[in-house]
Write a new protein. Structure first.
Length: 183
């Protein structure tokens, strides 16, 4: 697999294609077939929703790009962090590899978030928010509701949104507030 430097031309191309591109990082071509169909979740009424949800087979777009990003919560200022020692958590942003996430866009416009340090993917099944060995399941698939350089992640499996607050990192019903907004 080849990696190329991420420059403005790539940002414009990604933005025009509707991909999540709100940071700097590395872009790599990674055509990949998705083994199973994933039915779409119920669409919330939101002015910030910029994605299309479809049902049926969802193979990744040939030549689709992955972007490496860091996600800081708008309410807490903490970054989405995963390590073998401490697990998944919101933690003070430090630019470390535990806070870098490879964002893979599936053919149905959902995202898979894979941590660069642990090589595990963000997982939500309604009982557990964690990281697990990556696969193509709905539990590791997230709708990205974008507004400018900000994003809210909604679990395709549960329809709940990734939230960070004094109660910790969790998924709860979507309200699109600052605790559920990442930049």
């Amino acid at each position: 697999m080849r990696s190329h430097s991420f420059h403005q031309g790539a940002l414009a191309l990604l933005t025009a294609a509707g991909f999540l591109a709100v940071g700097t990082g590395t872009v790599s071509a990674q055509p990949e077939a998705r083994p199973e169909a994933r039915p779409a979740a119920h669409a919330p009424a939101s002015a910030t929703t910029e994605i299309t949800r479809t049902a049926g087979p969802s193979a990744a777009v040939p030549g689709a790009t992955d972007v490496v990003q860091t996600f800081a919560n708008m309410a807490t200022g903490s970054c989405l962090d995963d390590s073998q020692q401490y697990g998944l958590r919101g933690y003070g942003c430090n630019g470390g590899v535990y806070q870098k996430w490879n964002v893979h866009v599936w053919g149905d416009a959902t995202r898979q978030l894979r941590n660069l340090a642990t090589n595990e993917c963000l997982f939500d099944d309604g009982y557990t928010l964690d990281t697990r060995a990556c696969n193509s399941s709905r539990e590791q698939s997230w709708f990205a509701h974008k507004s400018g350089d900000r994003v809210t992640f909604e679990s395709q499996a549960t329809g709940e949104c990734l939230d960070d607050s004094q109660f910790g990192l969790r998924t709860i019903p979507c309200s699109y507030n600052r605790n559920q907004t990442w930049r």
